[in-house]
Design a protein. Structure first.
Length: 235
């Protein structure tokens, strides 16, 4: 049986963000946005799915049918790492600076994530806390406040602000780190209201906090190095 909702989500995630880059920077070119993002998406999904299966049910690693059920769980941050690695690999293959291409694709990536979150309407509904105003996910009686739509709006806002800062001269590496920090913050806050089993934090929530802390440290280090550049010592 074809999962129409998931298929439509993938199509939206691939097509909509491509119009967000106008133009695709010459210094990050040699491959189109669709070419780069398609490979990154599927590599990210594969890495995220394998990681989720390895953590939750290692025995399923030998079952192709189990691995193909993306709905059963995909680890977000390992998937992001896989996508970033693919983009860097393709950049080197195209003889383009990886940092430059990663910075150029940051805004479309945020929009792609926003599209995925907003497309919860096309899948099983948008979960969240019980609310008198909201949507009713399939199979439930109570309405829930659609956290996915709020996350999508925040991601689009971050993409717009990040692209504006980038065009005003923010260094590529800072653009990348700020994007990671923004996603980590949004996911950490959203995880508070998303339904989950138990009272403690979910693995996704904890991972987002860790990534956020690492991004803050990285940003501080980068800023300090720019303010106090290394002075070469002559022999």
């Amino acid at each position: 049986m074809i999962d129409v909702g998931l298929l439509a989500t993938i199509v939206i995630v691939l097509i909509v963000p491509s119009v967000f880059v106008r133009p695709w920077p010459a210094s990050a070119a040699a491959s189109g946005v669709i070419d780069v993002s398609t490979g990154a998406l599927f590599v990210g999904l594969a890495v995220g799915r394998l990681t989720a299966v390895a953590l939750d049910d290692p025995g399923s690693l030998t079952s192709l049918s189990d691995l193909m059920i993306i709905r059963s769980g995909v680890e977000f941050w390992p998937g992001v790492a896989g996508g970033v690695a693919w983009i860097a690999f393709r950049a080197r293959h195209d003889e383009v600076a990886p940092i430059r291409r990663l910075a150029a694709i940051t805004a479309p990536a945020l929009v792609a994530w926003a599209c995925y979150e907003a497309a919860c309407i096309l899948r099983d509904g948008c979960p969240g806390p019980l609310s008198s105003i909201g949507l009713r996910p399939d199979g439930l009686v109570e309405r829930m406040f659609p956290i996915g739509l709020v996350v999508a709006a925040a991601a689009v806002g971050a993409a717009i602000v990040g692209r504006r800062w980038h065009r005003r001269g923010m260094p590529d590496v800072e653009v990348i780190v700020m994007a990671l920090l923004t996603v980590a913050i949004i996911r950490s806050i959203a995880s508070i209201w998303l339904p989950h089993i138990g009272n403690g934090m979910t693995r996704q929530h904890r991972t987002s906090i860790v990534v956020g802390v690492i991004a803050v440290i990285a940003f501080v280090v980068i800023r300090r190095r720019q303010q106090h550049p290394m002075i070469p010592v002559d022999a």
